[in-house]
Design a protein around this ligand. Structure first.
Ligand SMILES: NC(=O)c1ccc[n+]([C@@H]2O[C@H](COP(=O)([O-])OP(=O)(O)OC[C@H]3O[C@@H](n4cnc5c(N)ncnc54)[C@H](O)[C@@H]3O)[C@@H](O)[C@H]2O)c1
Length: 343
């Protein structure tokens, strides 16, 4: 009997603009993966890839990649093309890793989930932060109960650029935070509201504020912007016992745990007796493994293809993220009115 765990999975990548080459680099050096072919409409981008990896075949036609014996396809093309690219790959019985967000409509995201199930293929979404060791640390810390009850979460993801021409900042940057929130909390939001403004390009919002209301009163705010002087990628989780700040821009000390909080007296008869006590304890900085999230993500994809396992960021999770982004878009289009999300 062939030992499946020893087999290299033949893989192809479509799209090698800004993000694709990072996937190519990881797949190229990944034990268990055999990167066979890269497709892009742009011959210059293919020449760039060949310059880096002369052994990799390149083509300007996605059909060539689909007709080749690759078993898995990684889609890193613009968001509007994701549905068609992934659908065609699944119809050719390939496993698929689609960059975030899965698609630009929940109906097409659902169609991909259904198709992958029918064809018995792996469908995974590139929610890179779900493979980030610091995010894993946060998740474990919350699950351990040491943070207490989660009160609220604030996510800030801002920088100057990269301005996109085909999608607004919510569809570009918020998939990261939304996927992190779903992963951390294991809950789905009940409502979403969003406000935003288009300052630089007409009708393409470059700044947005998204609020998600989860069950049990947990509130999360996501601020995303391409128009900010500073690069900030920070998540603050405030709990009843501790508070945590995850700063992804920090090179080493990405997580700080604050033993800070405020306690109300268990009972009081008069306002005089009702005194809040503030706690200013230690700040601790745990050691976080330095593995590259994209290396973890691509390794997970290839392992799932080989073993027929369901990925962590599977198609269903991708659909949930798209549902939330769609709700945020409706809210944005309706002057920030809260949108109920029906699951
Ligand atoms: N996970 C992350 O952190 C992360 C970061 C950046 C971008 N992304 C995602 O990666 C995807 C690509 O983004 P990007 O910034 O690299 O875009 P990009 O525009 O720089 O590159 C897209 C590439 O796809 C090619 N392409 C378009 N249509 C094609 C087709 N029909 N056949 C073959 N090639 C085609 C283009 O020629 C281009 O080279 C998006 O989904 C984006 O959201 C993910």
């Amino acid at each position: 009997m062939i030992d499946e765990t020893l087999r290299n999975v033949p893989v192809g990548v479509v799209g090698c603009g800004y993000w694709g080459p990072k996937l190519v680099r990881n797949l190229q050096s990944l034990p268990g993966a055999d990167l066979r072919m890269v497709a892009d409409l742009d011959a210059d981008r293919l020449a760039h890839v060949r310059g880096l990896y002369p052994a990799v075949r390149t083509t300007t036609s996605y059909d060539d990649l689909l007709a080749s014996p690759v078993e898995a396809v990684v889609v890193a093309t613009p968001v509007a093309t994701h549905y068609d690219m992934a659908r065609r790959a699944l119809l050719h019985d390939k496993h698929v890793l689609v960059e975030k967000p899965l698609t630009n409509e929940s109906s097409t995201a659902q169609a991909l989930v259904d198709l992958a199930r029918e064809r018995n293929r792996v469908l995974m979404v590139g929610h890179t932060f779900e493979y980030n060791p610091a995010v894993d640390y946060l998740k474990d810390y919350i699950a351990s109960g040491k943070l207490g009850k989660v009160y609220y979460i604030n996510c800030t993801r801002v920088n100057l650029g990269i301005f996109q021409k085909d999608i607004n900042v919510i569809w570009d940057l918020a998939p990261h935070d939304v996927s992190i929130l779903l992963y951390l909390l294991g809950l789905k939001p009940e409502t979403v509201s969003a406000r935003g403004a288009a300052y630089v390009q007409p009708e393409i919002e470059d700044v947005a504020y998204v609020t998600l209301n989860f069950p049990n009163g947990v509130m999360a705010d996501v601020r995303v912007s391409w128009l900010d002087p500073c690069k900030i990628r920070r998540i603050t989780v405030v709990g009843s016992k501790k508070m945590i700040v995850y700063d992804d821009v920090e090179p080493t000390e990405k997580i700080k745990i604050y033993d800070k909080g405020v306690d109300a007296p268990p009972y009081s008869d008069t306002m005089e007796q009702f005194r809040l006590s503030y706690r200013y304890g230690d700040i601790t900085t745990p050691a976080i493994p330095g593995s590259e999230p994209l290396a973890v993500e691509t390794a997970h994809f290839v392992a799932c293809c080989r073993e027929g396992a369901t990925p962590r960021s599977n198609g269903q999770v991708g659909w949930q993220v798209v549902k939330i982004l769609e709700g945020a878009q409706h809210s944005l289009d309706n002057a920030g009115a809260a949108q109920e999300i029906t699951w």
